[in-house]
Ligand binder design. Structure first.
Ligand SMILES: C[C@@](CO)(OP(=O)(O)O)[C@H](O)COP(=O)(O)OP(=O)(O)OC[C@H]1O[C@@H](n2ccc(N)nc2=O)[C@H](O)[C@@H]1O
Ligand SMILES: Nc1ncnc2c1ncn2[C@@H]1O[C@H](COP(=O)(O)OP(=O)(O)O)[C@@H](O)[C@H]1O
Length: 316
């Protein structure tokens, strides 16, 4: 693994997301993207992205995600930002992967956003410059969300900021969440959208959901949690449907849903204890699980000590 000099490296914690509402609509735009209404929130389950100056652009992921070049979102993010701001992307990027991939948790999008933010630090780029968002958008639909990081509504292809719920959903901060994922089951995002095209399912009424999220009443908002791409994921894999049904039957669950294109599902719980108990029981049922909490921000810079302590990374 390429090892950036930790004395000069910048480290970011890159959090995962869940979709609280996802409505996918028929049709594709000129880039092949479906129109969506997406309400996302970040959770405290993080990769660590480290960036250091180097003779040329290099990338390493540990453990491997099977792509360390142009097919990796961090690589694409570095190239896109460098082109827009006219600098040479001579940096070594390393990613400590903790967020499972093909899981609907947006790990690769968050890694890309963290890469962009670290390069902005090195290159003294104003992070509010619209070209920073442009670079994010060019890498993937969910990358712009991570530059904001607060619970928010995105439309277009899911990459156009529409509305923040940071104020109305302030009570979501630190709220308990449990994630579960059938072992060895992943869903490719393009495959999920292709399966949607074959047999589109209608999105839940969005106007009602939007009103509930705006109301500031979390109990009202949770009743509107919905994801029509999750239905597609359940169709593609019976294990996802089974794990979601299992989750729905657990004590302390306020609302549960497949996130994004799957394969993870999540539940907002009535206590951290309930979330931890569900995670333990899921583990006993051979499901991957993680109890954690909602956060109100995207990737955040962390100190060298936190990022790299004798090879162990402090996460979540
Ligand atoms: C489904 C969602 C929900 O948040 O997330 P994940 O499940 O991947 O986490 C997103 O729409 C995924 O966003 P992201 O993972 O960034 O997708 P991208 O890499 O940009 O796109 C991968 C492919 O998915 C399809 N795609 C993506 C977004 C969209 N609005 N319509 C699409 O049809 C396209 O085929 C595209 O080529
Ligand atoms: N930085 C990255 N981390 C993880 N996967 C990546 C990365 N860059 C590209 N990929 C590719 O993207 C695919 C899924 O990305 P991911 O964001 O984890 O999907 P999802 O959000 O649906 O879980 C992986 O199978 C992998 O091949």
């Amino acid at each position: 693994m390429a090892n950036p000099s930790y004395s000069t490296a910048i480290h970011y914690k890159a959090p995962a997301k869940v979709n609280l509402y996802l409505g996918v609509h028929r049709g594709r735009d000129e880039r092949g993207y479906h129109p969506v209404d997406s309400i996302m929130a970040a959770i405290d389950y993080c990769d660590i992205v480290s960036v250091a100056p180097a003779p040329k652009l290099t990338l390493a992921c540990e453990p491997s995600v099977g792509c360390i070049d142009v097919s990796n979102t961090c690589w694409r993010a570095a190239i896109a930002l460098a082109k827009l701001f006219d600098f040479a992307p001579n940096y070594a990027i390393t990613v400590q992967k903790h967020i499972p991939f093909q899981a609907g948790l947006g790990g690769s999008s968050s890694d890309a956003a963290a890469t962009i933010l670290a390069l902005c630090d090195f290159e003294h780029i104003d992070k509010t410059d619209p070209r920073v968002m442009q670079a994010a958008r060019s890498v993937g639909a969910d990358v712009p969300f991570f530059l904001h990081g607060e619970p928010s509504y995105w439309d277009g292809a899911g990459n156009r900021f529409s509305e923040s719920f940071a104020q109305t959903l302030a009570s979501l901060e630190h709220a308990p969440i449990v994630l579960i994922k059938p072992a060895c089951v992943g869903v490719s995002t393009p495959a999920a959208y292709a399966a949607f095209d074959e047999k589109p399912t209608a999105a839940a009424a969005f106007a009602e959901a939007l009103e509930a999220f705006r109301s500031g009443d979390l109990r009202r908002a949770v009743k509107q949690f919905s994801n029509n791409l999750g239905e597609v994921a359940c169709r593609l894999s019976p294990e996802i449907q089974q794990s979601l049904s299992w989750l729905r039957g657990q004590q302390g669950v306020l609302a549960s849903l497949v996130t994004g294109s799957g394969s993870s599902s999540f539940a907002l719980c009535d206590s951290h204890e309930a979330a931890r108990d569900i995670a333990l029981r899921a583990h006993e049922c051979s499901l991957h699980s993680r109890a954690t909490k909602f956060i109100m921000h995207g990737p955040q810079r962390i100190s060298q000590t936190k990022a790299h302590t004798k090879g162990h990374y402090l996460v979540g």
